[in-house]
Design a protein around this ligand. Structure first.
Ligand SMILES: [Zn+2]
Length: 292
């Protein structure tokens, strides 16, 4: 069974919270991690979904075109990595409009899928899905279906589902979690992939194969670039950002050998016509009081 492989294309300094000031000027390192990723995916014969930050797309248009030419699906990761919960609906609409114009201006194709910075669609920003649908986004992967210190939406089920919005339907592809000793934990990639032993990450993907629901894996290019600058400004954030960086490249190669992956839209659509068909319409819009 194929699982969903996604990449949030941003530089190392976007991996810190926006309120956390990383020393400037930034050293740009995007190409380093992207080269490793593109070559590893080619080697494994995997087509993935690359959610490009539009500000990075402007800086690296050739790298964006290359990721498309090498067979990957191109989505948006927003304009400049601002979380949606710091924006009004009007600001988010302008952010999305600009991001999609930049990316489609470079690729020549309409953008159909989206992932919010910091998985920032939650109970307070659920209105964002309607705005995304109004811009022609058909697939969103911005919801972490659990409690989390920064974001998360524990009421959302952890599988692919069709959500009705006033602007039309949108397919939600939440990032993968797992219930472990009664607590829901993220098992979907990023810092968790770096922190957990490889066998645990691999077992979590095998579990999704058993229940016939694709896992949604994500990684950032900077997580595969152990040489990126080490800034020491905030102990906890530093530990999370740099945790397990040295082993991430080998773990990723192993993951690509041990499991089968593909791009988001295709696998989500397959899942909706199969195991997730029976529960496809999720009318959260009708029940959320925060939605205006
Ligand atoms: Zn991001």
């Amino acid at each position: 069974m194929r699982h969903i492989f996604t990449v949030d294309v941003e530089d190392w300094y976007h991996g810190f919270p926006t309120e956390y000031s990383v020393s400037r000027p930034y050293v740009r390192r995007l190409e380093s991690g992207m080269r490793f990723l593109l070559d590893s995916l080619d080697e494994a014969g995997v087509q993935a979904t690359f959610f490009w930050l539009a500000s990075e797309a402007s800086l690296y248009p050739q790298l964006l075109r290359e990721s498309l030419e090498r067979g990957h699906e191109i989505g948006s990761h927003g304009l400049d990595h601002s979380p949606i919960f710091k924006m009004t609906p009007a600001e988010f609409s302008a952010d999305t409009d600009q991001a999609l114009s930049i990316i489609s201006g470079i690729t020549g194709n309409a953008v159909r899928c989206y992932r919010a910075p910091y998985f920032s669609i939650n109970n307070n920003t659920f209105w964002a899905l309607e705005i995304l649908a109004s811009f022609g986004i058909t697939h969103d992967s911005s919801i972490l279906p659990m409690h989390h210190w920064r974001t998360g939406m524990p009421g959302v089920r952890d599988h692919i589902q069709l959500i009705s919005t006033p602007s039309g339907p949108i397919i939600e592809v939440p990032v993968t979690t797992r219930s472990f000793f009664g607590i829901r934990i993220p098992v979907s990639g990023g810092g968790y992939f770096r922190a957990y032993p490889y066998k645990f990450s691999s077992a979590n993907i095998k579990l999704r194969t058993t229940i016939k629901r694709p896992a949604v894996f994500y990684i950032h290019p900077w997580e595969l670039d152990p040489e990126h600058p080490n800034v020491n400004q905030h102990a906890v954030i530093d530990r999370m950002h740099y945790l397990g960086l040295g082993k991430a490249q080998n773990k990723l190669k192993r993951l690509l050998r041990d499991h089968s992956f593909g791009p988001l839209i295709n696998i989500a659509n397959e899942s909706l016509s199969g195991p997730d068909r029976e529960s496809r319409v999720f009318n959260e819009f009708e029940t959320l009081p925060q939605y205006i």
